[in-house]
Design a protein around this ligand. Sequence first.
Ligand code: NAI
Ligand code: MG
Length: 366
Amino acid sequence: ATHKLLLLPGDGIGPEVMAQVEKIVGWFRKRGLGFETETDLVGGSAYDAHGKAISEEAMGRAQAADAVLFGAVGGPKWDGVPYDVRPEAGLLRLRKDLGLFANLRPAICYPALADASSLKREIVEGLDIVIVRELTGGVYFGEPKELVTLENGQQRAVDTQVYTSGEIERIARVAFDLARKRRNKVSSSEKMNVMKTGVLWRQVVSRVGKAEYADVELEHVLADNCAMQLVRNPKQFDVIVTDNLFGDILSDIAAMLTGSLGMLPSASLGMEDPATGRRKALYEPVHGSAPDIAGKGLANPIAMIGSFGMALRYSFGLVEEADRLEKAIANVLASGLRTKDIAAPGTNAVGTKDMGEAIVRELEAQ
Ligand code: NAI
Ligand code: MG
């Protein structure tokens, strides 16, 4: 089978970390896997070339790809460009046109880095959970949304949380499908005690679970309790599925269990193509273009490499290869190799390229 990848390195450290992923893709290709890659511009670099944050040609390539790997966009150079062509507009356009409604944020704690967590080693060591956040609905987009001045001189602000059963069903399926490729457990999080959208959320997730995923364990956790459980005993979870607002907060809490921004991958998934069963997908590190370290070869490539690992697992079903890549990362960290962001103060650190090449060597050695 051929797997079509579109690489969009972007700006700042984006191209530096993407170059390491290309080495990993090259290694898997040498081992007989059919990866075809194309590269295009996005963000400020696309603006410089075309006056737009992403060209129509690049959008066409993104639509045709099996997965898009995205580096990062933005930087001070483009702070003054018009709003609708600013670097972030490239990412927003991709999200919208690919219909990416499900955001997956794993929180993985490599044993070698457990002491860098905000929590005690025994609470986070070996942690491996994924938060599935609904990304296109909920209170960030619901109408009415307004801030008005009343006749009595006071101001009044309104945001509206809206979900349809269809929106909840499709995000629930993403979570259940994911759980089947992992430890087979879904925790659904809402506040049905005070919100109608929470009542509907719980009903729909239960119904989808019973009808289509009887083999997957399902539990319901109120969102405030979920936040507490994430810092008390996060290893009880496998996949957490939740709405846009709670997902924003819960995924940031989970991120802090694991240390540096340079370690956090993510995926955004869209609708399933009925013909191929494949979902549109974009994989990207959580971090931005890091202008403060860009061009210095200091960036940690693990978030970007881990994002490719998620593509292996979730877009291409290459579970053994994804496991092998994660093991290679874990072994390199266990050997003591560190980029600056994850090195203890005063200890030695290596650069982006050394970290990328060490991971390739470890893939080879396994
Ligand atoms: P940032 O994530 O780029 O950087 C925050 C801090 O973390 C910096 O000190 C940076 O050096 C460090 N850092 C980030 N990634 C790292 C890595 N891989 N290795 C080592 N250290 C790393 O966020 P910031 O500074 O708020 O934004 C910088 C630019 O990136 C802005 O133009 C912003 O709009 C853009 N941005 C783009 C995103 C995207 O493309 N999805 C997401 C977030 C920000
Ligand atoms: Mg956030």
